[in-house]
Design a protein around this ligand. Structure first.
Ligand code: 5AD
Ligand code: SF4
Length: 456
């Protein structure tokens, strides 16, 4: 493809969170409308896009490595266009152009402008659009699904973030929070269901602060609990998940709505970050350890079998051994089903970077993280052992990687079950009984008569 023309083959690779995966699907939709076709072969692409993440320094370092590899692509085919999109584009802006590999820099709110940038770009005039918007939600764009299973899809319900957690770069890379028109969300979910999808996950940085203020009538205003209910009502055969919840915002209304509908999955991802009140205050999380534990008690009193997962950061600024032990004891007290665990990585421009020295030595951070991981492995195993003998309704997502005669899928509580296929296939719901487990998987068998344990 020669520069300045429309159409051609586009290769997209995605880093970071599910929001980014969804954004790649939005980009593909916009580009397909302009005559581009997707390729999974980087070597035959006219346009290479890397949709990037800035959350920790190692995420960015990986992408710098990739950019060096893109340089080789360019050596062989000097017409190929390299675009960096997403959070790293927003954070680094024109600094990404310095090495003369990148042609296009597009921040998370500028994807509608990609076709124009692709037309305008030349070797001497790279294109950059990193304007953040207060309105853009890509509400009218139907993402082109890149997932392979055709069973479970993500729907973005809001963009940006208004929490200023002191360690976090997201408010700077994705801008202010804005909620998407619920009509377009429900339409997208209905469309997925009619195309055979069986599950959606509603995505936002902080779903509990979803709020749609209708421009015409207050009767049509909608909060997150109401949105969840509206999506759950599409069909009892259509499961609903959501992520991420913020401990300061998750409401009783959301918890009761979850309990009311069998097809709203009993799983809440509730990032705690730390078990120490001093750290939580410095992180600007706006809740205490006690508040967090109360929310967990509330969830479990209404939905006893609810899966609760979390994110933890080890070695935040000024963290003492006592703070660290508070994190371990909170994890133990809650007994999380699983967790994403990270070492603190200072991000330029954040409040923490400006205010607090990153003073926990690297080896101490690593040791604390390892202790957190070891504890979570034990907790995950203990939590999975409690599942033995229980029956779960599972949505089959695919064939097990280890054994082609086995299938896997998730129970409502988000735990992965593996079981013999026995003629079943991806996209079906089956009931399985848990026979044994590892810390990551429930080894199960199909059962037809069993009563599903708890609310799925
Ligand atoms: N360093 C380490 N982990 C971080 N996270 C966010 N910012 C940082 C950072 N600067 C983690 C948090 C968040 C998850 C998505 O990434 O745990 O919940
Ligand atoms: Fe997602 Fe945050 Fe990474 Fe951006 S920085 S891609 S919002 S995880």
């Amino acid at each position: 493809m020669s520069r300045g023309k429309t159409g051609g083959k586009v290769y997209i690779e995605t880093y970071g969170c599910q929001m980014n995966v969804n954004d790649s699907e939005v980009m593909l939709s916009i580009l397909q409308d302009e005559g581009y076709v997707r390729t999974e072969e980087i070597g035959e692409a006219d346009v290479i896009l890397a949709n990037t993440c800035s959350i920790r320094d190692n995420a960015e370092q990986r992408i710098w490595g990739r950019i060096e590899q893109f340089r080789l692509q360019k050596k062989n085919r000097d017409n190929v266009i390299i675009g960096i999109t997403g959070c790293m584009a927003e954070r680094l802006k024109d600094r990404l152009l310095d090495n003369h590999v990148v042609d296009i820099v597009a921040g998370p709110d500028s994807y509608r402008d990609l076709p124009r940038m692709l037309k305008a770009v030349t070797p001497d005039s790279p294109q950059i659009n990193v304007l953040l918007s207060h309105e853009e939600t890509y509400a009218d764009i139907t993402p082109v699904r890149m997932d392979k299973n055709g069973v479970s899809a993500f729907i973005s319900i809001m963009r940006g973030c208004n929490n200023v957690c002191s360690y976090c770069v997201v408010p700077y890379t994705r801008g202010a929070e804005r909620s998407r028109d619920p009509k377009t969300i429900i339409r997208e979910a209905e469309d997925l269901f009619s195309r055979g999808y069986k599950e959606v996950c509603l995505l936002g940085q902080n779903v509990d602060s979803y709020f749609w203020k209708d421009p015409d009538t207050a009767d049509n205003d909608m909060n997150f609990a109401q949105l969840l209910e509206a999506v759950a009502k599409i069909s009892p055969e259509f499961r609903v998940r959501f992520s991420t919840s913020h401990p300061k915002d998750i409401s009783d209304e959301v918890i009761y709505t979850m309990a009311m509908y069998d097809n709203i999955c009993s799983h809440i991802h509730l990032p705690v970050q730390s078990g120490s009140n001093a750290m939580l205050e410095k992180m600007r999380r706006k809740y205490t350890r006690e508040w967090y534990l109360e929310r967990v008690r509330k969830i479990r009193s209404v939905i006893p079998d609810c899966g609760i997962t979390t994110d933890v950061i080890a070695g935040f600024c000024g963290e003492t051994e006592e703070d660290h032990r508070d994190t371990l004891s909170l994890m133990e007290e809650v007994g999380f089903d699983s967790a994403f665990m990270f070492q603190y990585s200072e991000r330029p421009g954040t409040l923490a970077a400006r205010k607090y020295p990153d003073d926990v030595p690297e080896e101490v951070k690593t040791r604390r993280l390892n202790e957190i991981i070891a504890l979570q492995n034990r907790l995950s195993l203990e939590s999975n052992r409690k599942e033995i003998g229980k029956v779960h309704r599972v949505l089959i997502e695919g064939t097990s990687k280890r054994n082609s005669g086995e299938l896997f899928g998730r129970a409502g509580n988000n735990k992965v079950c593996v079981f013999p296929a026995e003629g079943h296939k991806t996209g079906e719901y089956v009931d399985v009984e848990v026979l044994s487990c590892t810390s990551a998987t429930l080894i199960s068998r199909l059962c037809s008569t069993g009563k599903v344990s708890g609310k799925e």
